[in-house]
Every structure is written in C-alpha cells, then in structure tokens.
Design a protein around this ligand. Structure first.
Ligand code: SAH
Ligand code: SF4
Ligand code: F3S
Length: 444
C-alpha cells in the first residue's frame, strides 16, 4: 500500500454534481499519494471545483483564487510549492482566460476531463505541456473512473446522466456540461453495489436532466433495478425536467417503496409568456396537470422547485402568475433566484431587462410565500411517526440527525449505533428547516 505523501484540498461550489465530481477527483488522485486535508494553506494541490450558473458564483471563484495565491506565495517563500487547479463549470466556460486573469493558476480542467488530472498534474510539475483540458467526452470520463467508491457516510450521490440539450435561454449548463449523455446501466449498478456494500443506505441519482436518463429502461427501469440491491433502501433523484417526467417514472413512484416521496421539479415561472421566452417546453397549465398526475400516483409526495424572478420582460402580471402557481402547487421546499445575466446565453441579449430593485422586491415576496409553505408542510408532520434514516450525530451530545422520506432534517435523541438505520420517529415539533422528534422505541 502506498503511503500518502501529498495533501489535497478541494473546495466545491455549485450543484450536487460538483459534490460528486469532487469525490471522484479525490478517488483518482488517491493512488498518486494524495490524501484529503481540511485546510488549503498546507495543501500541495488545491482544487476549486467551480460553478458558473450565476454571476455571483463565478465572481466568488476569482476572489477565492486571490486568497489561494497568497498561500501559494507563502509556501514558496518557505521553500515548498503548491499546485492550483480550477475545475468545474467556470473552467469549462472560461478555459485559458482563467490563467490570464489569475496567473497563479497552474491548470484548468473541465467537468469531462477529471480522469486526466494525474497526467495534467505531472505535466505541471515538469513545467511544460498542456494546462487545459476541456473536452466534452463524458463517456471517456466515466470509462476511466473506477466504479469502486469510498463513501464517507450512509448517503451518497451517484451521477447517472450529464449534460443538457434543453437550452433554456437563461442557462449556461448546456455550454458547460455539454449535450445530454447517460451512463450505461451496468456501470451505475456496479457503483451502487459498491456503495451499498460499504454501508450506504440511500443513493441520490444525479443528472442535469436526470429523468431524461436514456440508458436501457429509462430512469424508471434504473430505479427498479437499484431497488433490488440489498441494503439500498432509499432512492432519490435530481434534477428533473417537467418535459421528461414520463408515465413509467410516475408509475414507479406508486409502486416502488424505495423511491422516496420527494420530487424536485423546477418550473421557473408561472407565466406562459415568460416560460415561452425561457424556452422551457411547458406552460403553467401543463405543469399543474403533471403535478396532479404525480400526486394521483403518490398522494403524499413533497414537491420542490426552482424559480427565477426578474427574467427579461417579466411584468407584474407575470410575477403574479408565478405566485398563483406556487399557491396552487403548495411546495414543501424550493429554491428561488434573481435572474442573472449570463454572457453568451440568449436571454442576456433580450430587451426588457428588469431593474435590480424590482428583482429584490419580487424575490422577497416569493420567498415569503415559499417559506410559509415550507413551514406549513413541516408543521403538517407533527404528531406523525416517520421513518428516519439517521446519518450522523447531532450538534448536541446524545442527539442524532437524519432525514425523513420527504428530505426534511430530523433531530432526535438516541444512541450513535442507530446511525445508518431507518427508525420510526414521532415528530413533536417543526421549524422552517427541520423537525424534532423522539424515538418510538429504542430498537435493539
Ligand atoms: N438542470 C437543472 C439545474 C439547473 S441550475 C434544472 O434544469 O433545474 C439550477 C437552477 O438555477 C435552475 O433551475 C434555475 O432556477 C437557476 N438558474 C439557472 N440559470 C440562472 C440564471 N441565469 N439566473 C438565475 N438563476 C438561474
Ligand atoms: Fe439549464 Fe434548462 Fe438545462 Fe436545466 S433544463 S440545465 S435550466 S438549460
Ligand atoms: Fe453550477 Fe455547473 Fe452545477 S454551472 S449548478 S456547477 S452544472
């Protein structure tokens, strides 16, 4: 066995897929002697796994690079060195630009090129050759990554699909992650088995359009196969596009107890005019009908969504339509954003850009409504007994922290040996972000 001799620090921004990718980068670098460290200042290799989705996310990366550069200079002054790598969607979108803007950066690696990291790093050490890998071959990436995983907990992410062909007019993802591509069923099952063997009880399948999964049997078929893996008791998936929510997947929600009753199904807006300008391929009515169908199959399903306020051309009536759609659906959780103008996307050039104060005001109103709904949903669980998967010890001694089927955080007193177990918990109180409860009985 090789002894770790080098320290690796990875900072992750953006979506869950980046969290997954960061783990896989650590897997690829482990055999080269890199072990994870919690601190960037003593790291031999610093990776920033970046997000390009909104302007703020991108700007954060450059300010962080400023700090990391100072650390690198300090290391050098002390006779050491540090390699700085920028990975993720900013890497893909901006490529060499990053090294021009921040010359301390040694290499730039896009989301489909992580398997090339060992080679890129070796080249950096030899101070020559390519410092940029930003191709779009997702199949090569997954072929080169081991299916063996090293999970650190009882829940894990598993990427099954990458990329997007939808081209919503506000969004950079089709440009940073490339076209829709699905992993073959077999490699996903192998990875899931490896996770389950190491104590993972819940897996969240990831994809930019996860329900467009095009492997054999689609996402519904995949879920059915995963449900047969011993020990894998909970399956989730995110993010889904309304256009790809087919009947087979809806039926799976009715039939598979392992498929958790929580669905993140972004609508973005409740105005047909705005939805059309966004190129979303659904209107308010078709979305509402879809939610109805899903609820008919799984009446207790908790709905979640994403919203953008202040998209170009959004008038008061359009925003009111969003509020009214929200009222009609009743969300258990949601994410809302002010429209951010992204260079190169069609919406950036549209007329009718909305003033910042108007966006602020709309976001506050939307959030007030969504918060109210989330609180109401959490309160509706009080008095019920929910199966909770305990994931870790809680903040207070003797406390455990886990998740309900509806993805709510649940805090509860209990012994550490219950971590990794699914246990009935009586819910006694609810706050905006979490539930508190008590064990029905302490299992043996
Ligand atoms: N494939 C997923 C993830 C997209 S990014 C999906 O379709 O939902 C996550 C969310 O970020 C989107 O749903 C959208 O609400 C938001 N988003 C994307 N681009 C944005 C932009 N330019 N400005 C503000 N929010 C944006
Ligand atoms: Fe972006 Fe739309 Fe694709 Fe989601 S479906 S990643 S919002 S382009
Ligand atoms: Fe961000 Fe890329 Fe994910 S832009 S949201 S990290 S796909």
């Amino acid at each position: 066995m090789s002894v770790p001799t080098k320290r690796l620090f990875i900072k992750t921004y953006g979506c869950q897929m980046n969290v997954y990718d960061s783990e896989r980068m650590a897997d690829v670098l482990g055999p080269l002697g890199y072990a994870m460290t919690e601190r960037p200042d003593d790291a031999d290799l610093v990776v920033l796994n970046t997000c390009h989705i909104r302007e703020k996310a991108t700007e954060k990366v450059y300010s962080e690079l400023g700090y990391i550069k100072a650390m690198k200079l300090a290391r050098r002054a002390a006779g050491g060195d540090m390699v700085i790598a920028v990975a993720g969607c900013v890497a893909q979108a901006e490529g060499e630009q990053i090294m021009l803007r921040q010359p301390a950066v040694d290499l730039v690696v896009g989301p489909q090129a992580y398997h090339q990291l060992p080679e890129l790093i070796a080249r950096t050490h030899r101070a020559r050759g390519e410092r940029l890998a930003a191709d779009f071959a997702a199949d090569e990436k997954f072929d080169a990554l081991p299916t063996e995983r090293h999970p650190t907990g009882v829940t894990a992410f598993l990427t099954v699909q990458e990329g997007c062909d939808k081209f919503c007019t506000f969004c950079v993802v089709p440009y940073t992650r490339g076209g829709e591509w699905s992993r073959p069923v077999e490699t996903i099952l192998a990875e899931a088995r490896s996770l389950a063997e190491q104590g993972v009880r819940e897996v969240t399948l990831l994809g930019q359009n996860v329900n467009a999964y095009a492997g054999e049997g689609g996402l519904a078929g995949l879920a059915r196969k995963l449900a047969r893996i011993e020990g894998l008791d909970r399956i989730r998936y995110t993010t889904s596009h309304p256009a790809d929510m087919d009947q087979a997947l809806i039926d799976a929600h009715a039939e598979l107890p392992q498929l958790m009753p929580y669905l993140h199904l972004p609508v973005q807006s409740g105005s047909d005019k705005i939805l059309k300008a966004m190129n979303r391929a659904h209107n308010a009515e078709s979305y509402l009908r879809l939610v109805e169908k899903i609820r008919a199959a799984r009446p207790d399903i908790a709905m979640s969504g994403d919203f953008i306020v202040g998209f170009p051309g959004e008038r008061d009536v359009d925003f009111e339509a969003t509020l009214s759609l929200v009222r009609e659906v009743g969300y258990a959780a949601a994410f809302s954003f002010k429209y951010s103008r992204r260079p190169g996307t069609p919406a950036a050039a549209m007329p009718g850009q909305v003033a910042e104060e108007v966006k602020d005001e709309r976001l506050a109103r939307l959030n007030a409504l969504l918060d109210e709904q989330q609180k109401a949903f959490n309160l509706s669980q009080v008095g019920k007994v929910l199966p909770v998967l305990f994931e870790r010890s809680g903040r207070h001694p003797g406390q455990l922290s886990g998740r309900s089927p509806y993805l709510q955080a649940v805090h509860c007193d209990g012994p550490d040996r219950l971590i990794g177990k699914i246990v009935p918990v009586r819910i006694e109180a609810a706050a905006k972000m979490s539930l508190a409860g008590a064990l029905e009985q302490v299992p043996a």
